[in-house]
Design a protein around this ligand. Sequence first.
Ligand SMILES: Nc1nc2c(ncn2[C@@H]2O[C@H](COP(=O)(O)OP(=O)(O)OP(=O)(O)O)[C@@H](O)[C@H]2O)c(=O)[nH]1
Ligand SMILES: [Mg+2]
Ligand SMILES: [Zn+2]
Length: 281
Amino acid sequence: MVLLEANRPTVEAEDGTRFLCYLRGKIKRDQGRIMVGDHVEITPTDPGEAIITKVLPRVNSLFRPPVANISGLFVIFSFGQPTGSLELLDKRLVMADVLDVDAEIVVTKTDLVKDEEELLRFVRLYEEIGYRVWATSVVTHHGLSELLYSARHGIWVMIGESGVGKSSLVKAMLPHEDVAVQELSRIGRGQQTTRWVRLLKVQDFWLADTPGYTALEMAVSDAHRIRSAFWEWDNAACRFQDCFHIDEPGCDVLPKVRQGLYDPKRYEHYRLILQQWVKSY
Ligand SMILES: Nc1nc2c(ncn2[C@@H]2O[C@H](COP(=O)(O)OP(=O)(O)OP(=O)(O)O)[C@@H](O)[C@H]2O)c(=O)[nH]1
Ligand SMILES: [Mg+2]
Ligand SMILES: [Zn+2]
C-alpha cells in the first residue's frame, strides 16, 4: 500500500517492509497519479527500493486531498484561530455521505473556546443528527485518548482547512512520529504546512494527515444523494414522499426550519450544495 506520495512514493509491503519507489513510465501515462492508500504491485530493485508496476482498482477516492480506498473522514473543525466554517463542515459531511464512507467530527483547540455553551450546542446538534463528535485539545490533551482508542478500521482521512490542527493532532496522538506543525505566526497566511498526504498506523486503523484544502467542488448527478445526506430529515412527514423541502405543498421540513426546530444553517447549506454541486439543478 502507498503510504506517502511525495516525489517518490513510499510503499509498505504486507510484511511491513518499506520501499522507496519509482513509477513505471506506462503507469504514469495510463493511470495518472498514484494516490496514498492505493494498493500496488512492485518489483524490488535495490535494497529498500522498488518500481511500481501496477496500481490495483480503487474502491473509492478523494481528489482533494488525494487519497484512495478510504473508510472514513475525520472532519476537523476548529473553534478558534482560525475559526472553522460551518458551510465547509457540512459540505465535507455531505461529501462523505456521497462517497459512502463514514464521517466523524473532531473539534480541535477546545482550550481556546470562550463560550462553552456554544461548543455544547454544536456538539449536541451534530450528535442528534447521528454523528460521532470528539472535542479535543492538544494543549490540555482533552479527548485525545478517546479519539485514539475508539474502534475503527481501514484508512481514515483528516480533512479541514490549513491551520485547524490536523498535524498537531497526529503529533499529540503519535508522539514518536516526526510531524511538522505550523508556527502560530503563519496561521491565516494561506500556506499549508503539510504538503503531502501521509499515512500513519494508529491502533487498528490508518490515519492520513493531509494538506488543508478549502476548495470542495463535487459533481453530483442525482439531487437525491444530497437530500439523503441530511439525515435529520429522514423521518419528516412531508405530504409528498419525494419532497425536496423547497417550496412543495405540505412540506414538513421548511416550517420546522422557520420555527428553529431544524437547524437553519444546515438548511441553508443544503440549498447551497444543491445549487453548487448538482449541475441539472
Ligand atoms: N491552543 C491550541 N492551539 C492548537 C491546538 N492544535 C493546534 N494548535 C495550533 O494550530 C496551529 C496549526 O496547527 P497544524 O497542526 O499545523 O495545522 P494543520 O491543520 O496541520 O495545517 P496544514 O498542514 O497547513 O493543513 C499550530 O500553531 C498549533 O500549535 C490546540 O488544541 N490548542
Ligand atoms: Mg498539517
Ligand atoms: Zn419536505
